[in-house]
Design a protein around this ligand. Sequence first.
Ligand SMILES: [Zn+2]
Ligand SMILES: [Zn+2]
Ligand SMILES: [Zn+2]
Length: 699
Amino acid sequence: MKLSKVCVFGIEKELTFKNNINANVGDLVNVRVKNKIVRGVVIENLESNEENFYSEIISKENYSIDENSIKIAKWISDYYFCELYHSLKLFFPPNSLSMEKDYIKFSKKGFLKYNGSLSELEKKIIEKIKDKNYIRLSKFKPSQILIIEKLIEKGIIIKKRKIKKISSIEIKNLIDLSYPVKLPKKPNIEQALALSKILNGKKYLLFGPTGSGKTNIFIWLSQIILKENKGVIVLVPEISLSPHIARIFYEKFGDIVAIYHSSFTPSQRTYLWNEIKKGNKKIVIGPRSALFLPIKNLGLIIVDEEHESSYKQEEKKPYYNARDLSVLMSELYNATLILSSATPSIESYFNALRGKYELLKLKSRVKNYVYPSVEIVDLKKNIFLSSKLLNEIRQTLEKNNSVMIFFNRRGYSPVLICSDCGYVFKCNYCSVNLVFHKSIKGNYLECHICGRRYKVFEICPKCSSYNLKVVGFGTQRIEEELKNIFSNYEILRIDRDSIKNRKNLELIIRKIHSNYPKIIIGTQIIAKGFDLKDVKFAIVPNADLGLSVPDFRNYERNVQLLIQFIGRIRTGGLVYIQTYEPENEVFNFVKNIDYEGFLNYEIKKRKEMKFPPFYKLAIIEAKSKDETKAIELITEIYEKIKNENVEILGPAPAPIEKIKNYYRWRIILRSKSYKRIKEAIEKIKNYNVKVVIDPYDLM
Ligand SMILES: [Zn+2]
Ligand SMILES: [Zn+2]
Ligand SMILES: [Zn+2]
């Protein structure tokens, strides 16, 4: 008898089923568990004489994954502490995971062709659906579904799943933001050298500034890989904000490119999954989840902007890091791996130094790119928008050039306070201050953690004073102040508020690429995606914004943003970086645009401070609407593992103590050895807590 181990979605332990339908490892199948029909994946076939099985596999779906995918899913489940079904789900199209998206219909043709016998129950079902259009399968009882599955096998009923085709016009609309792109022609000497070094199946860290032609290298490499009849996966942080790479790939390779855009619906994703599985698409470009698409004969994985924290999923299970998984994946498929960045992460650079990846440096920027000169301005001696700064803006505009301002805080003002009693307005559900926003539809306060909006209070709830005032700046307020001073010039603001809909985003991008002088103000979005030709003066009004955050990565993140921002400027000019601590060493690296110098400096600090990449971290978080319960739970966990061979930080509340009404208490495990962290976590596996390995979000 053939038995199979099946990982059933929603059930932690794998179960053994009788396999009479010849289901293979990797097949998506239907099984009956506790009077319900649910989906699962065959993860192992057993040859056995044992009669010990849970029940029978009912039928298989048209979806299957390869054995390497199962290996990776098991690795994710093991390393990141999640149930196997959570990680297996990553590999299947969204519409295949339950029968909610399945529809059935009677097939007259199939019925006429069938010449076997039919049972009474089968006849009854046929009678019931004969004259109807597609019916949702989940409307039937499990006992009926069993019969329906048999009729599907006999060809008398057809099953359909919601799948929506994506037209090439739709794709062009998504990535074509009506400014021209240049397709790469011939590699320059440095690029050719890098290309000649890149061999199949090896791992590389490609480290080159903005404008050094990294995208061109991706294109040339993909050409080589395609000639070998292999496939390519390109991971990017977010296509909608930086459509550049997707666009170049699409223009170069056409319809064999699958663009896995975040705006696609589950039905469209399912369509793309099928196209990739069939081999109609040979290149995939998308965010972290695109790593799990079934590209045929995988030969090359590119992780662009590999330092971006968006590769780590921490909002929902499994809490994996796609960049780290791409390393494992390239090994299993014997595919070449390129991690690429102008500002690599400490982890990847360190891995390159110790030989885990080969370091490929591109030093020169391509023709016409000139670095600006960077000046560090002391905010203790100058005001925020000093007259010197305003003069420089005016002169730049008068010379028909543009000005760019990077300020990483949206809204008008981060604090609304009562002048009489000092009361500060906070979110009712999160332990953070509300941000004041101006709007033509009426000003409002917004919580930037949970997104909740509040009407602007007119009186202080504590002392009933009308004397409320805003404190501090956001992008909106800078925009307003500059509009008063430079009323004759166009001022564009790019932040999550101003580009909420696509139309606005497109309009702003079009204006940015136009030729008249303007002022562009933006959050980190402008540090990431925009190439600006005529910017001659750029300002970071307060570079200290992110530095006070209690996160060991805050210097890394902020220096990355500053260097990326400076890298956006292509034609020389001047940059002002304003700070209250100009003596802080990191600003030297920024001034000299010496990111590698910063990396080496920061690596030393990480070693001293016992942080990654020298130590491994794991966060264990207990949350509850009742703070005492959260404390009790985390204390119980602490007691269970306090004698383990790992360092334990806490228990302590998270820096943001309350989010969406949940109090968050946690401990952080630290050790040089992942094994020790794992052993400790194994002891508390049955507790209802969030466990994040290699965390990125420490707030
Ligand atoms: Zn806001
Ligand atoms: Zn008051
Ligand atoms: Zn909130």
